[in-house]
Design a protein around this ligand. Structure first.
Ligand SMILES: [Mg+2]
Length: 342
């Protein structure tokens, strides 16, 4: 996959790293757009201001309109750098972790109900305690998919389902009501992202837990969904919100409203995964297991991390910054374009 790596380096050689890893066809920015925003706008401004604290860094990034993915990469690198300079974990900027382990959520793409159930058993046998089903917007088929998978593994696994906005609100209400008697833990973004009225109507028409995802583009959207009670649960993606501190603020806003949140990404590389795990382990209102599952999808990447992974569980280590380093020799096998801004 194409991704953009930002390395911020001080005069004494201390480094911070951050990645923007957009999902093709899903993220709102491409790698090329992220690159252009970083090289033309964000990094020149950031280096001109020379912020020294996470707050100062956030203020510079907030002065940039749009370019959320690119801002997230710079913020991640800057928090990592601040962590290394002060010998602190990035988690300290989110209030500090209360736990050292985090379970990951499995996922199953759209398929026949029987194949999805088969796949669910495979994840269960690998030690996973939860999974997310992707649905495709065919209501009868989707209901059958959920029922079949819950029937196969529901007594041992938490089952979630994601519609990615594929129903109109009337269909979404019908499906959500139909699923009320299953053990489904939530139905994610059942209506299109710009239909907040529809989302609220679905949430208020059913006892099935409804989670908002694609409609949460900024903190303003998060606030609006919380104020209206338009969803029972939120999915927060630091890359989409424009940074980890934004996601941290969103988690705090949700906590004040008594709402829990799933945190995750599509194809996060190790720096993004580590950053998200340091964020989730710092908050009580994170709905677990988390969806920061990039590490399960990558065959190889030029990073070394201090955390370890087995049986659906990540064990975090005490380490400064993100606890991740970039392997320079290995990086040359991956990097196609480099730009240094002095
Ligand atoms: Mg989703």
């Amino acid at each position: 996959m194409d991704a953009v790596l930002v390395i911020l380096e001080t005069a004494d050689g201390t480094r911070g790293i951050g990645t923007a890893d957009p999902s093709p066809g899903y993220s709102r920015q491409t790698s090329q757009e992220i690159w252009d925003a970083l090289s033309d706008v964000i990094l020149p401004r950031f280096l001109e201001v020379q912020p020294e604290t996470p707050c100062e860094g956030a203020a510079v990034l907030e002065s940039v309109q749009g370019h959320e993915n690119a801002r997230c990469a710079v913020e991640m690198a800057f928090l990592d750098l601040c962590g290394h300079v002060n010998d602190k974990s990035v988690a300290s900027f989110f209030g500090g972790t209360s736990r050292k382990r985090e379970r990951l959520n499995a996922w199953i793409g759209v398929d026949t109900p029987q194949s999805m159930a088969e796949n669910a058993r495979v994840w269960r046998d690998r030690g996973f305690a939860s999974l997310k089903l992707k649905l495709d917007g065919n209501p009868e088929r989707d209901i059958e998919r959920v029922r079949t998978v819950v029937g196969a593994v529901g007594s041992q696994m938490q089952v979630r389902a994601d519609v990615n906005g594929a129903y109109d609100s009337k269909t979404a209400i019908d499906v959500a009501r139909e699923l009320e008697d299953t053990e489904l833990v939530h139905l994610e973004q059942p209506v299109p992202q710009d239909d907040l009225d529809g989302l609220e109507a679905v949430t208020k028409s059913t006892s099935t837990t409804i989670m908002a995802d694609e409609c949460l583009l900024t903190l303003d959207h998060v606030r609006k969904v919380l104020d209206r009670g338009a969803a029972d649960r939120l999915k927060l993606k630091p890359l989409r919100l424009g940074g980890l501190l934004q996601a941290n603020d969103a988690l705090e806003m949700a906590a004040d409203a008594g709402i829990d949140c799933v945190v995750g990404h599509g194809f996060g590389l190790t720096p993004a995964t580590s950053a998200e795990l340091l964020l989730t382990t710092s908050h009580e209102n994170v709905f677990r297991p988390v969806e920061s599952v990039g590490l399960l999808k990558m065959a190889d990447q030029p990073f070394e991390s201090t955390y370890s992974y087995s049986d659906g569980m990540v064990q975090l280590a005490e380490a400064p910054g993100l606890g991740v380093s970039v392997s320079d020799n290995h990086l040359s096998e991956f990097s196609e374009t480099r730009l240094t801004i002095p």
